[in-house]
Write a protein of this length. Sequence first.
Length: 258
Amino acid sequence: MSGPLRRRWWLSACSGIAASTLLVILLATRDGGAQARQCRSALIPAYVSADEVAGLAGHAHPGRLLVINPNSGPGKIPDRAYRQAVALTKKAGARVLGYVPTGYGSRDLAAVEDDVDRYRSWYGVDGIFLDEASSDAASLSYYGKLARHIRSARGSLVVLCPGVVPARGYFGIADVVVTFEGPVGWYAKAVEDAPTWLKDIPAGRIAHLVYGASHEQALRALELGAHAGYFYATVGLQPHPWFIPDYMDEMETLLARC
């Protein structure tokens, strides 16, 4: 169909739509419009027992990413309870990632790749969460090699967690980058001080992880970090903040509104 004919057909098909509704549709389909209206989801560092991971399956929300961490990584032997928990969680619609530390780019590459392979073989994960990720451009080659190894399994997600805004090149490596990980008291300033180029990155490729947040603080942070397509907050504090908060279901419900 030629350009003029296609335009006439489209206008005819839309003739019954109110002008205000049509404007919304046009804005949503422009470059960047879909990004602005994108539904958000939770990225859950589920560093909890296998039973607690399994319990999350009963409160599933669309688009959830869930990170398992059996033993600061996959451990030395497979854990049957975790395998069952992963199966339940995936059946409920979540994508499950395996936690792997990288020592800010200093950990032996082969050791990291071995962890990746164990997660695949033992737990059938959908991707890998590379924690303690460097933010320096000097480590791009290291993480590029890891990303290629992870993606050797078709469809595998690569999530990097430097916890700060890294060199822009990391967005050419990972599917999602955690650009904030820290206490709720730091969050507003971190959002305010983010480089302007970060606004050019689609929201679905950015995640924020906030800890030490009360119910009210978590909901305020959720709104403040609207450009992060993935978000999570918990009341926990260091050294082990990542457990499941009582307000998680409400938080995920609000994230899903788009």
